[in-house]
Design a protein around this ligand. Sequence first.
Ligand code: FES
Length: 154
Amino acid sequence: MLSEQEKKEIEVVAGHYPIKRAAGIEALKIVQKHRGWISDEVLSHVADALEMSPTDLDAVATFYNFIFRRPVGRHVILVCNSVSCWIMGYDTIVSYLKDRLGIGFGETTGDGRFTLLPNVCLGACDRAPVMMIDDQLYVNLDAEKIDKILGSYD
Ligand code: FES
């Protein structure tokens, strides 16, 4: 069941579109902000609110990398795995992150602090290698920088 707050926020965002279903991604982002991820049950409630089928909403969610359909940690690390980042040290950065966190892609640390995921270009190719944690972009990464960044998250 969606909370009253979630319903209200979805209603507001849906009001900005000519048809409710066009607000699919925005509505999912609202619910994810409150719950951390989108379960099948929750997706179904959001679909009801937007007067569309869960299958159609799920199809939309699948094409948007920032909607999480499985439980994630308190913070999600998205590591860019596109061309500029490959050239500028993607392998080194990913190995370091995996060692430092003790997890692989698609996994969450035992303390529930971080989930590590690969992602297509994050739009800062001139400052590669790049990662994003939650809504914050981090560029020109190296091991020292990563240590400082990770240390700033609870
Ligand atoms: S290739 Fe990594 S930010 Fe574009």
